[in-house]
Ligand binder design. Structure first.
Ligand SMILES: [Fe+2]
Length: 289
């Protein structure tokens, strides 16, 4: 990764107007072959080494997962939405063995009593990245089951059951595929009547002022040893108010990409520090937020 003299790097590529429109319409965006096969193999081997079938905060639990925090296959997409206040809210792996009994029924991720959508539905407050590491060529393999467009629905009659929905779809992908899921999308997990253990990873992101889901706060000493972007994205602040007003050294997270407009050019006097200025996200500058 190329860095300027201050050690800052440009954000990796993310959404196009077209992929954003698909994501906003369906609540799920599938990107095939997002990871090279060597990376898929390495991640599978790392998951094989884990004792449990499911674990959270994996980026802190095994150093071989830490590179996922700012992996270039997805972090540009997250920066397009959450900008310089990007935070990793949760990281987890799943091994869903053949014949598994426990599998999630219809739900959407995040709060139910006061859902994120109450505050607006143009921009999701959480996005879940999924990496699919084993083949999912057909149904009945522990697939993600989802209803396209249902991230706009407050209610689903099938909630908390495995009753089929007429518009449900199953995720069918090759190893190395990536999914982006809008926080409010209704989904469940299919039976696994195959002979394959489904292996996948989830990484959830949002603005730093949202609470994390798999930790109170990361160990600041651990975070300090991470590369700059990973350290920032973990937001291991001793004072939680820094999740609202980040320290000056953590702004900006990334440099703007070539040709991207600076929506705030000329709007601030020189004496206002970068950490106290608004910096529009890609989504805002495209008029999509
Ligand atoms: Fe879920």
């Amino acid at each position: 990764m190329e860095r300027n003299t201050n050690g800052l790097a440009v954000a990796p590529a993310g959404f196009s107007a077209e992929t954003w429109q698909t994501f906003a319409r369906d609540g799920l965006l599938v990107i095939d072959d997002a990871l090279p096969s060597a990376t898929v193999e390495a991640l599978r081997a790392t998951i094989d080494d884990q004792a449990k079938n499911h674990e959270g905060n994996i980026v802190a639990g095994d150093p071989r997962f830490a590179g996922l925090i700012d992996h270039p296959a997805h972090i540009g997409y997250m920066h397009d939405v959450y900008g310089d206040m990007l935070k990793l809210l949760r990281s987890e792996y799943f091994k869903r063995a053949p014949g598994q009994v426990t599998r999630n029924d219809w739900h959407f991720d995040g709060p139910r009593l006061l859902p994120f959508q109450v505050f607006g539905d143009r921009v999701p407050l959480r996005i879940k990245i999924g990496y699919w590491l084993t083949p999912l060529p057909e149904a009945g393999m522990g697939n993600l089951v989802y209803i396209p467009g249902s991230h706009r629905w407050d209610h689903l009659p099938q909630y908390h059951t495995h009753d089929p929905h007429p518009e449900e779809k199953r995720l069918l992908v090759r190893p190395g595929a990536m999914t982006l899921m809008w926080g409010g999308l209704w989904h469940r997990v299919d039976v696994n009547s195959s002979t394959t253990t489904r292996q996948n990873l989830f990484l959830e992101y949002g603005p730093s002022w949202l609470t994390a889901s798999d930790r109170v706060v990361s160990d600041p000493a651990w975070a300090e040893r991470l590369p700059r972007e990973q350290r920032i994205i973990m937001r291991a602040y001793r004072e939680q108010n820094q999740c609202v007003k980040p320290p000056e050294r953590d702004v900006p997270l990334y440099l703007p990409r070539a040709g991207e407009p600076d929506a705030e050019a000329g709007l601030y006097a020189d004496h206002v520090p970068l950490s106290l200025r608004k910096r529009s996200t890609w989504l805002e500058t495209q008029g999509l937020a």
